[in-house]
Design a protein around this ligand. Structure first.
Ligand SMILES: [Zn+2]
Ligand SMILES: [Zn+2]
Length: 377
């Protein structure tokens, strides 16, 4: 009945995968429906060479065929049977694709007939950081629950030693063609969801019931680069949920939130803080200690510095994200420190100063005397 596949493609039994491709390309061109319009015999030939290629291009199927012949393929549901030329075009779209007609060969998986499938879902994870952690970068251990490959069957969905069979509905193509009036509409196979394969009864993995997937909570260490700020997202490629076979996994998006700091504020890579400076130092000049995100520093205060003056420390801010080590600036606002409980020495000197400036101030103990009268003490 069915002819020998090697004979059909006119290749030796030891033909390399590349030889098989070349032979199929040659034959497919010869019997291509576009070149043989209305020729029934050519169409049958086209189907025959395509079936031969379907088997010999798959390492797994070729092995079975070499050992057990057509019967071996049939027993595993692997024997191709193209009834529609359109199915051939969709299955070998990497060969018959636009702009690539019989040109470069696409990569074909060993499973044969497998569609691209859906990529894994992206996940989002909020991550709250301390202010200085965000400035300097850090490593964070997080727990993440996601669909992953079943640990028991490693995603195969099968008990050990079992194999999947080609989907009966689409015969492995992953797509079915439906006639609607004179239109032919191709849709994803409803039985296998486009995978082209199905799990035979009793062969499903106990761990996942055949889906090859399970929800697992894993620990993940996230490396946060220096300089991140609230609202930024880190993308961890491939750390989302696992996808369909052959499709890429999703990504994990980590959304940063930075907690406020009691001393520092920030705007991008620039930092801000306020420093209280004693009045004489503002008037006469001197040095004052200020905090930066990387420790304390002494800065010079010129004589006659007005309260509210901002001094900029270039490059003492936060490292810019992807800024190759470049840092923002640190802005320090100098504000006159007003003592709430001056010592008696300070009190005396301030009164002398007030007198020298002709400034009228409250009398000593005035407020206290008024308070004592009020409470009757
Ligand atoms: Zn199917
Ligand atoms: Zn499993």
């Amino acid at each position: 009945m069915a002819r020998d596949y090697y004979e059909v493609l006119e290749v030796g039994r030891d033909a390399s995968p590349d030889d098989v491709k070349k032979a199929y390309r040659k034959k497919a061109l010869q019997f291509h429906p576009d070149r043989n319009q209305g020729d029934k015999e050519a169409e049958e030939k086209f189907k025959e060479v395509s079936e031969a290629y379907e088997v010999l291009a798959s390492e797994e199927k070729r092995k079975i065929y070499d050992q057990f012949g057509h019967a071996g393929l049939r027993g595993r549901g692997y024997e191709p049977n193209f009834t529609d030329v359109g199915d051939i075009f969709s299955q070998f779209s990497d060969i018959f694709g636009f702009g690539d007609l019989f040109g470069g060969m696409g990569r074909r998986g060993g499973g044969g007939g497998r569609r691209g499938g859906r990529p894994g879902r992206d996940l989002e994870l909020p991550l709250r950081l301390e202010f200085l952690e965000a400035c300097e970068g850090c490593q964070k251990d997080v727990q993440i629950t996601r669909a992953d490959l079943c640990a028991k069957c490693n995603g195969a969905g099968l008990k050990e030693g079992m194999t999947k069979s080609t989907c009966n509905t689409c015969r492995g193509a992953g797509q079915v063609t439906q006639a609607q009036g004179f239109l032919r509409i191709r849709t994803v196979c409803p039985s296998c969801g486009g995978r082209g394969e199905s799990v035979p009864a009793g062969a499903a993995c106990d761990g996942c019931g055949g889906s090859g997937r399970e929800r697992r909570t894993d620990k993940l260490t996230i490396t946060v680069p220096p300089g991140v700020d609230t609202g930024m997202q880190l993308r961890l490629v491939g750390k989302g949920e696992v996808g369909d076979p052959g499709a890429p996994p999703g990504n994990l998006f980590v959304t940063i939130e930075v907690k406020p700091h009691e001393v520092f504020q920030r705007e991008g890579a620039h930092t801000f803080c306020e420093v209280r400076v004693p009045y004489p130092l503002m008037v006469l000049g001197g040095e004052v200690e200020v905090a930066t995100i990387r420790g304390k520093e002494m800065i010079k205060v010129p004589a006659g510095t007005p309260s509210g003056k901002v001094i900029t420390l270039a490059g003492k801010g936060i490292e810019k994200v992807n800024g190759h080590g470049q840092r923002g600036d640190h802005h320090v606002q100098l504000v006159v420190e007003v003592p709430t409980k001056p010592s008696s020495d300070e009190d005396r000197l301030l009164r002398e100063l007030a007198a020298a400036q002709g400034v009228k101030v409250n009398e000593k103990g005035g407020l206290k005397g008024w308070f004592d009268k009020l409470t009757g003490a």
